[in-house]
Design a protein around this ligand. Structure first.
Ligand SMILES: *[C@@H]1O[C@H](CO)[C@@H](O)[C@H](O)[C@H]1NC(C)=O
Ligand SMILES: *[C@@H]1O[C@H](CO)[C@@H](O)[C@H](O)[C@H]1NC(C)=O
Ligand SMILES: *[C@@H]1O[C@H](CO)[C@@H](O)[C@H](O)[C@H]1NC(C)=O
Ligand SMILES: *[C@@H]1O[C@H](CO)[C@@H](O)[C@H](O)[C@H]1NC(C)=O
Length: 672
């Protein structure tokens, strides 16, 4: 009996810790959730229709605020994310879960969200994992064991690879069933599978068919689901993939990488679990709280414009450039409720430009061509000169001549939408020509550029399990999907993250096999939960960061005026308290909704909090105007002119942003 009580108490405590519960004001929740059904995009401010009893509770909930602590309460907003770790297989001794839990809790992994491409990489919001480790039932592991054994006996070994290739679906369909039984889930499930060694070494293949001389299929040991789960088969492999020679992102060979924790010299139980803890830590960083590629602002209408610049020689050979397939990748997700937020819509348009009739096109290409030399050993050492396109220069020329391109392609001027032009240069060259030597497609903040020539393939600088990877240079669908995700939704490639410790972007290909549209090791263009969640979370994080920093500006200007009591008159002060409490309440609600992956609700609360943010700005601005006027009359003590004019600037900036929310983002887009 006492143990049950303790468990229940612990459970309640855990719930309390896991879910940021805003301080309860009776009736406010009901009021706001009612408003969210009446006015789901929060076009109108709901404050005037707030019952007076609620207003009263709002002003009583903290009548004497200490402004610096309000600021720190904004800066300490944390998004809790829950992570369920399931240990599958009898090879995990029964104390594994508690040991792993201990290792994980000692690693301090709560941190800020980061953006790769901005001036200040750190967002104000933090994230923190809430981990729960458990052993999966023996039914799951015996089903997996059976499936794996029969799959291994059916597969024939290949001369090309020391690893037997097993279709990933052998394991995935069983794991998916287990995951489905856990529904409804709010967090992410990580299955660590350890079934002991099998009769042969094996790894998972992610598509039909084997490797062939011009085509390397990369086998892996992981899978990230369409829904929020991933699994790692610790007994599979060892696999290695990464840059062929050396450089950033080489997956260390042998026993030092956590993905190969089960291979190599036998380890103590503890050492193994420590490795697993580091693997989970890495998965959390890369898959659950990935860095934003760029900040992305909310916009109702998203338009992707394919601009196909084709050479007349090759005609319009569309193999490898199937627009419908690219569109379908995104539309399928959008229709299933991933990728887009409520009321957002996504459209794809296609335009064509004949390269021979487009002088600016050939100008752009010829100005951007660069060359590099490399040494090859044939009979003797021979210097070979190869050409590539400088993507930055091409981007500059395309930006400068955007109007001319618009005219050539006949693209309409779009108002109130975010338009992403995707320039595809389909050239009649017979030589290889890639962007910055290695890329088929490059994503910029405001456009995507891709190029292909008549050459069909090249050996890339990457290798997988001892074999070189090939780039099929005419096949652009997958590279374009990856680039569009980066530019339109700020989703980072699976191998890139911002590391504040290194003050640099880190490259690590560990999670770049299986279901990811990024990187050279996968052939799959479909999105996993990682990209789908990131797409929506990125918009919310950008907006949340904007609200936080602009309210902090106001609070600082209150401090500069000598504090809230001095600046705000009685009735203004009451309203300020009410607005502030409502604002903070809505931010907490938004974060709680994000934590439960209810992104639409989070968007509602954020948009709704914009009204309070605006009201706070306006209150403080008017109060500072009055204070200024009274000081002019009395010519009393030295006055903080700087901060007054600062708050005026901030106010007008806000009024402007607020009134032109839609069109401002459009202008921002144009400036690049
Ligand atoms: C917002 O307010 C306007 C006028 O005040 C009103 O006409 C409109 O119906 C309101 N919209 C919603 C969704 O409540
Ligand atoms: C190197 O070999 C190429 C042909 O393979 C030949 O044309 C060239 O003259 C040789 N150069 C020297 C310096 O021997
Ligand atoms: C990070 O690097 C940038 C440029 O590479 C430099 O300007 C900045 O000062 C560095 N920041 C830190 C904290 O070292
Ligand atoms: C996020 O907010 C902080 C201040 O709170 C600001 O310094 C930073 O530039 C903002 N980042 C973005 C991407 O807006």
């Amino acid at each position: 009996m006492p143990t049950t009580t303790t468990t229940v108490l612990l459970f309640l405590l855990l719930i309390h810790l896991t879910i940021t519960t805003p301080s309860p004001i009776p009736g406010l929740d009901t009021f706001l959730s009612h408003r969210s059904t009446v006015d789901p995009s929060s076009t109108n401010d709901s404050f005037p229709s707030l019952p007076s009893s609620l207003k009263k509770s709002l002003s009583l909930s903290s009548p004497h605020p200490h402004i610096p602590s309000l600021i720190s309460s904004l800066l300490s907003l944390t998004l809790p994310l829950s992570l369920h770790i399931r240990l599958v297989g009898s090879s995990f001794p029964s104390d594994s879960s508690s040991l792993l839990q201990t290792f994980l809790s000692t690693a301090h992994i709560s941190d800020h969200f980061h953006v790769i491409t901005t001036d200040s990489h750190r967002l104000s919001i933090k994230h923190s994992p809430h981990l729960e480790v458990s052993h999966a039932g023996s039914t799951l592991s015996s089903r997996l064991s059976e499936a794996l054994k029969s799959s291994i006996s059916e597969s024939t070994s290949s001369l090309r690879s020391p690893l037997l290739s097993i279709p990933y679906n052998t394991v995935d369909r069983i794991i998916k069933q287990d995951f489905d039984r856990e529904k409804p889930v709010q967090g992410v499930y990580v299955y660590l599978i350890n079934l002991g060694s099998q009769s042969k070494n094996y790894a998972y293949s992610y598509s039909e068919g084997d490797s062939s001389p011009g085509f390397t299929k990369c086998l892996g040991t992981i899978w990230t689901g369409k829904e929020r789960y991933l699994w790692i088969d610790l007994s599979a492999g060892p696999v290695d993939y990464g840059p062929a020679i050396s450089g950033d992102g080489v997956l260390p060979r042998g026993e030092f990488h956590p993905l190969t924790a089960m291979h190599g010299r036998p380890k103590s139980h503890k050492a193994l679990l420590a490795d697993l803890a580091s693997l989970i830590w890495n998965a959390y960083q890369v898959l659950l709280v990935p860095s934003l590629r760029i900040p992305v602002h909310f916009q109702n209408s998203l338009i992707v414009e394919f601009i196909h610049i084709y050479g007349s020689g090759s005609g319009k050979d569309l193999s490898g450039l199937d627009w419908k397939e690219i569109e379908k990748t995104f539309m399928d997700e959008a229709n299933e409720g991933g990728l887009l937020l409520r009321n957002q819509n996504l459209a794809f348009r296609k335009y064509e430009v004949n390269y021979d009739q487009c002088s600016i096109c050939s100008f752009a290409i010829s100005r951007s061509i660069n060359s590099y030399t490399s040494r090859f050993l044939f009979d003797n050492y021979t210097l070979i000169v190869s050409e590539y396109l400088d993507s930055k220069r091409l981007h500059q020329i395309l930006s400068d001549s955007a109007e001319e391109f618009r005219r050539m392609a006949g693209t309409p001027e779009e108002d109130f939408s975010r338009v992403l032009p995707v320039y595809v240069f389909d050239l009649d060259y017979n030589t290889l020509l890639m962007l910055d030597r290695y890329h088929q497609s490059v994503a910029f903040r405001d456009m995507v550029i891709a190029v292909r020539t008549k050459t069909t393939q090249t050996v890339s600088d990457y290798s997988c399990n001892g074999r070189h990877m090939f780039t099929h240079t005419r096949v652009l669908e997958r590279p374009l999907v990856g680039s569009i995700l980066q530019s339109m939704w700020g989703v980072s490639p699976t191998h890139l993250s911002w590391s504040p410790r290194h003050n640099n972007t880190l490259v690590d290909y560990t999670w770049s096999v299986g279901q990811t549209p990024f990187g050279p090791f996968s052939e799959i263009s479909s999105l996993s939960f990682v990209q789908k969640d990131a797409a929506r979370r990125n918009v919310l994080l950008t907006s949340l960061n904007y609200s936080i920093s602009s309210v902090i500006d106001v609070l600082e200007s209150i401090i500069a005026h000598g504090g809230d009591r001095k600046l705000l008159k009685q009735n203004q002060h009451v309203q300020f308290i009410q607005r502030w409490n409502l604002f903070k309440y809505k931010l907490d609600k938004a974060i709680s909704a994000m934590s439960h992956k209810d992104f639409d609700m989070a968007l509602y609360y954020l948009r709704s909090s914009d009204h309070d943010m605006y009201a706070i700005h306006s209150l403080v601005y008017h109060a500072s105007q009055e204070l200024e006027a009274s000081l002019v009359c009395f010519k009393d003590p030295p006055f903080p002119w700087g901060s007054v004019s600062m708050s005026a600037v901030v106010f007008f900036a806000l009024v402007y942003v607020y009134s032109k929310r839609e069109s401002l983002f459009r202008n921002k887009r144009k400036q690049f």
